[in-house]
Design a protein around this ligand. Structure first.
Ligand code: HEC
Length: 152
């Protein structure tokens, strides 16, 4: 193989590599589009609610009393993300926050009932809380995901 030929082969290999890189790059960029911090908050809420279900089955009211304020005062996304979400919500911001406030409002009586060891009332408050999770999800989850992650 003369020098000329191996040079042009090298050029072809490099071109092919470049084309592949260019083809792959946007896919990677899309994949690495980060999940919102709200996603982690929600996953933790989901785990805490599951833990409550488990504690109710065991009549472990002490654990329910511990979990209730954790659910009511769950962490919030960092301020920059909050602003993005609020900007997207626009006039619906009040409604969105209202749903979150309602979750808090239901967490308090659940904690109080648990402290009294009143299983019936714990369950009533728990189901109220789930109603509120569901209301927000039904109204906002899909548009949220479409807006912040693009179509799936
Ligand atoms: C104010 C609105 C709102 C309330 C209230 C709310 N959520 Fe969510 N939740 C969302 C949004 C928006 C998403 C989508 C987030 C995403 O995909 O990044 C979501 C997603 C989730 C997810 C899915 C996470 C995943 O892995 O895809 C879980 C679990 C969850 N929420 C649990 C809860 C629980 C439990 C409650 C009630 C205690 C609750 N949420 C209350 C707005 C809300």
């Amino acid at each position: 193989m003369n020098n000329q030929k191996s040079l042009s082969i090298a050029a072809i290999v490099m071109t092919v590599a470049l084309v592949i890189l260019i083809a792959i790059f946007p896919a990677q960029a899309a994949e690495s589009e980060k999940r919102m911090a709200l996603h982690d908050v929600m996953q933790q809420l989901g785990r805490d609610m599951q833990a409550v279900t488990g504690a109710i089955s065991e009549e472990n009211w002490g654990l329910v009393a511990q979990l209730a304020p954790k659910i009511g005062r769950h962490p919030e996304p960092p301020i920059a993300e909050k602003l993005r979400i609020l900007a997207w919500l626009g006039t619906d911001a009040g409604k969105f926050r209202g749903f979150d406030g309602q979750v808090q409002d239901a967490a308090t009586p659940m904690g109080e009932a648990a402290t009294r060891g009143d299983g019936q009332e714990v369950i009533v408050a728990f189901s109220e809380m789930q109603q509120r999770c569901l209301s927000c999800h039904q109204e906002f989850r899909k548009p949220f995901q479409e807006h912040f992650y693009g179509k799936r």
